[in-house]
Design a protein around this ligand. Structure first.
Ligand SMILES: O=C(O)CCC(=O)C(=O)O
Ligand SMILES: [Fe+2]
Length: 329
């Protein structure tokens, strides 16, 4: 399968890497990163954990049902990512873990007791490192934007202060039905935060982007690891830009619409899809004021550059979640 996206090696924090990342983020808004440091073994174990959780009893999972703060278990049909043009919720289940502290990797709210003991330790370690990876990516964005202070974004993402960041396990059950309605597994949407990091597995494809370049739906393939360059590393991680970062950078970085479909191959095999996602957000109290970069300052009247009363990150997120889950505000 051809790949519409660039694969950026982020193992070095330098000007060239920053430019490569910025190019991808300001064209497709989606890219792959390699040199991220996650091992194949640990990501496979994480998928095994996810598989184990979703195969538990429905009654058990429902005890941890999602609340209005976006934390908890979402049963199949419980989330409609495209409320304008989809009547029913998506045929997928998810576990959202929010209220995260990145010094400990723990949530301040209860999580299913399936994740206790060694499983809990493994989960916390992954969450802490996903936070570190998102900081690395934000440093590269700052370098790409030629900002004097490459920690400008990081200083707005204190590990112990509240943020809208969510770690999410997703399961899309396999379906052999060919009805076009059921063929959409996650409705078209953009993500809400700064950057989203996503792991997927081979033979479980289905993610599509509405390409900023071709203006068409294009499949995001599974890209295997480059074992010569990065021995033992997990496959490249998908990174995409969320609405807040696009808004913050006056639209220079693109928050691209995406969805999950059943490609013919997957539909024929009836294969389930599991994905693991980290939605990274700055601290709730972050004011989305114009970014100090000459590249974004030059864009007048868009996003954060157009507001005389800048909003906070928390306010930005609340607006979007209300639309997705139909909560009355
Ligand atoms: O499972 C996927 O590949 C996409 C998930 C996604 O886009 C989301 O949860 O926002
Ligand atoms: Fe998404």
């Amino acid at each position: 399968m051809s790949n519409p996206l660039q694969v950026v090696d982020i193992s070095t924090l330098d000007a060239e890497t920053g430019k490569n990342l910025l190019n991808a983020a300001s064209s497709q808004g989606f890219l792959f990163v390699e040199g991220h440091g996650f091992l194949d073994r640990e990501i496979s174990e994480l998928f095994t954990l996810s598989n184990g959780f979703f195969s538990l009893d429905q009654n058990y999972k429902d005890q941890y049902a999602i609340d209005s703060s976006n934390h908890g278990y979402v049963r199949s049909g419980g989330e409609n990512l495209s409320p304008g043009d989809q009547k029913t919720g998506d045929p997928k289940e998810a576990l959202n873990i929010s209220f995260l502290d990145f010094v400990t990797g723990e949530s301040a709210k209860p999580i299913p007791d399936y994740f206790s003991g060694e499983r809990k330790v493994a989960l916390q370690s992954i969450i802490k490192r996903l936070y570190e990876l998102s900081l690395r990516i934000m440093k590269l964005v700052a370098i790409g934007l030629e900002m004097k202070d490459i920690d400008w974004f990081d200083s707005r993402y204190d590990p112990e202060k509240p943020s809208g960041t969510t770690f999410r396990l997703l399961h899309y059950p396999g379906q052999k039905s060919l009805s076009p309605e059921a063929a959409i597994r996650a409705g078209a949407h953009t993500d809400y935060g700064l950057v989203t990091l996503l792991f997927q597995q081979e033979n479980q494809e289905g993610l599509e982007i509405h390409s900023q370049i071709s203006k068409k739906w294009e499949a995001v393939p599974f890209v295997p690891s480059n074992s010569t360059k990065f021995p033992g590393e997990a496959p490249p991680i998908i990174v995409n830009i969320g609405d807040q970062l696009s808004y913050w950078t006056a639209g220079l970085l693109k928050s691209t619409i995406h969805r999950v479909k059943f490609p013919a191959k997957v539909q024929e095999s009836g294969q389930d899809r599991y994905s693991i996602v980290f939605f990274s957000h700055p601290n709730d109290d972050t004011i989305l004021e114009p970014v100090p970069s000459e590249l974004t300052r030059a864009i007048k009247g868009r996003g954060a550059n157009s507001e005389s009363n800048p909003i906070t990150s928390k306010k930005h997120l609340e607006k979007r979640l209300a639309a997705t889950y139909g909560w009355k505000k």
